[in-house]
Design a protein around this ligand. Structure first.
Ligand code: TRP
Ligand code: ZN
Length: 495
């Protein structure tokens, strides 16, 4: 029990304190990182962005990018100074209209000191004028700006924004985007969301893209080059915009035979995950040489190499599943990556089952048996894999095993209710593995702490799920390789 007794003296002291005007001393610099233990310098503290307006010009011949970013934010503390994450050359910064001092600091920080300190909870408009040749910039010794023979692509994880716009670069700070890029006439620009318009003047064509739902910075993408753009609408009413480099060579047919099925696959996934969360869907295949695919919001990035063996609907399913698991519901910190990759991999298993290429149970048995107990695969805990193993096979495959184990524990009714309910529960927001466990427990009415510890957090091979002991008394050698396994393995190449 606590009795509220306020001595007259204390009361006088309190009112004295209140009478003191907020002094500049209470204003302090925002932290140079948002507080993610995997990447302490990523993102920033002290403010929250609601919108990025990027008005840029790009010359593919020279890789010169220039323009203005206008950032709408709100302060979350009394702020004397704050950082943006950025690598290009800045010529001017204005904060609420007034010129601000700025300096590069650390590996990728732009440190901004406004003329007047910014009180907590107030709106701030930051204008950054900049230019640079992104391919000449690196941080920590790497670059994620990908040049192509006729342009460039910004698509990477967990960091891609530093090379093309200043940002609070962490999934926790989601915002809407207008991306407007002028390029020489005859060149195309691909970005997220809906193409609002194009206009041509003085030999340059400006492409205006808009993403009107909150988007994590790593899911913002830009591609410039010669693209063939296709548009359609899915049966379920989702507008689809796809783009193919005009230079895909032998991969062109297989790329189109896969990515043109986006509308069908979005509708199919909606059956499991609920309504598609965005106003547009699609993908693009630039003429890059790296092997990845990435779930860039509404407009998935596919390396042409994903289609080197013919059509690959599995990778399309994986990236589209991320639109619910990863893009609409974003992770709270990078340790929560299982919420993205475990479920995107599981969606591939559901698709395999749909295609008659092995049931989810068969695929789970296969993966389980394919890794003997002494395989280092089992030393990675998908629920907190560490930055070095963030995209290791364990996050994907053991991650999907954890999803299957959950299904077997709670039963199909509760499982599919969870699968569909979760994207609604946290639509357009952020959530953690702990939040997911609490949600699954609530929907299923079952305590899941042992199951989660076993499949997501213990650095060793779990015993086969109890539910299966009776029906699956087979030796690992007896587990047949499902037909679809080769294809999944081939694309296991992180995507
Ligand atoms: N999230 C991607 C996927 O699963 C995989 C990925 C991890 C990636 N790191 C990347 C893709 C870097 C491109 C670049 O779809
Ligand atoms: Zn993925």
């Amino acid at each position: 029990m606590h009795r509220r007794i306020i001595a007259p003296g204390a009361l006088a002291a309190a009112s004295l304190l209140l009478a003191i005007p907020a002094s500049a001393a209470s204003f302090s610099p925002g932290a140079p990182g948002i507080g993610d233990p995997y990447y302490p310098a990523y993102g920033n503290g002290g403010y929250d962005v609601s919108h990025y307006d990027l008005r840029l010009r790009y010359q593919p011949a020279t890789d010169e990018l220039e323009g203005t970013a206008t950032i709408l934010a709100r302060t979350t503390q009394d702020l004397s100074r704050f950082d943006l994450d950025f690598l290009l050359d800045v010529s001017e910064v204005r904060v609420n209209g007034a010129k601000a001092a700025f300096a590069a600091s650390g590996q990728h920080e732009l440190e901004i000191t406004p003329k007047t300190p910014l009180p907590k909870g107030t709106p701030v408009t930051v204008v950054v004028r900049y230019s640079g040749v992104p391919s000449t910039k690196s941080a920590y010794g790497f670059s994620t700006w990908h040049r192509t023979p006729d342009g460039a692509v910004a698509a990477d994880e967990p960091e891609a924004a530093w090379w093309w716009f200043p940002s609070n670069d962490h999934p926790l700070d989601k915002a809407t985007y207008d991306v407007s890029v002028a390029v020489p006439d005859g060149t195309q620009v691909i970005s997220n969301g809906t193409l609002q318009s194009t206009s041509s003047r003085l030999g340059w064509t400006r492409w205006n893209w808009r993403e009107n739902k909150p988007q994590a910075t790593y899911l913002a993408t830009l591609a410039v080059g010669g693209f063939d753009i296709t548009t359609s609408t899915s049966d379920g009413g989702v507008p689809v915009v796809n783009a193919y480099s005009k230079d895909l060579g032998d991969n062109d047919g297989a790329a189109r035979a896969s990515v043109e099925r986006t509308g069908e696959l979005v509708d199919w996934l909606s059956g499991y995950f609920g309504p598609y969360p965005f106003a547009s869907a699609g993908g693009y295949v630039p003429n890059t040489t790296t092997g990845f695919a990435l779930e860039t919001q509404t407009r998935v990035y596919y390396s042409p190499r994903q289609f080197a063996n013919g059509s690959n609907t599995s990778v399309v399913v994986h990236e589209l599943a991320h639109q619910w698991y990863g893009d609409s519901v974003s992770i709270e910190g990078w340790k929560d990556i299982w919420l993205n990759e475990g479920f995107a991999r599981y969606a591939q298993w559901l698709w395999s089952e749909h295609e008659g290429d092995g049931t989810t149970r068969e695929l789970a048995d296969y993966v389980y048996a394919a890794h003997p107990a002494d395989d280092p695969f089992w030393t990675v805990a998908p629920g907190d894999p560490g930055p070095d193993n963030q995209f290791s096979a364990a996050v994907y495959d053991r991650g999907a095993l954890a999803v299957q184990a959950l299904r077997e524990e709670v039963g199909d009714d509760a499982f599919f209710a969870i699968l569909k309910g979760w994207p609604q529960e946290h639509a357009y927001g952020n959530a953690s593995v702990a939040d997911f466990r609490a949600y699954a427990e609530r929907v299923s009415g079952t305590s899941l702490s042992a199951l989660f510890d076993t499949w997501l957090f213990e650095p060793s091979k779990p015993a086969a799920p109890a539910a299966r002991d009776a029906s699956v008394a087979r030796s690992s050698a007896a587990v047949a390789q499902p037909k679809s396994w080769k294809k999944i393995a081939a694309t296991n190449d992180v995507h």
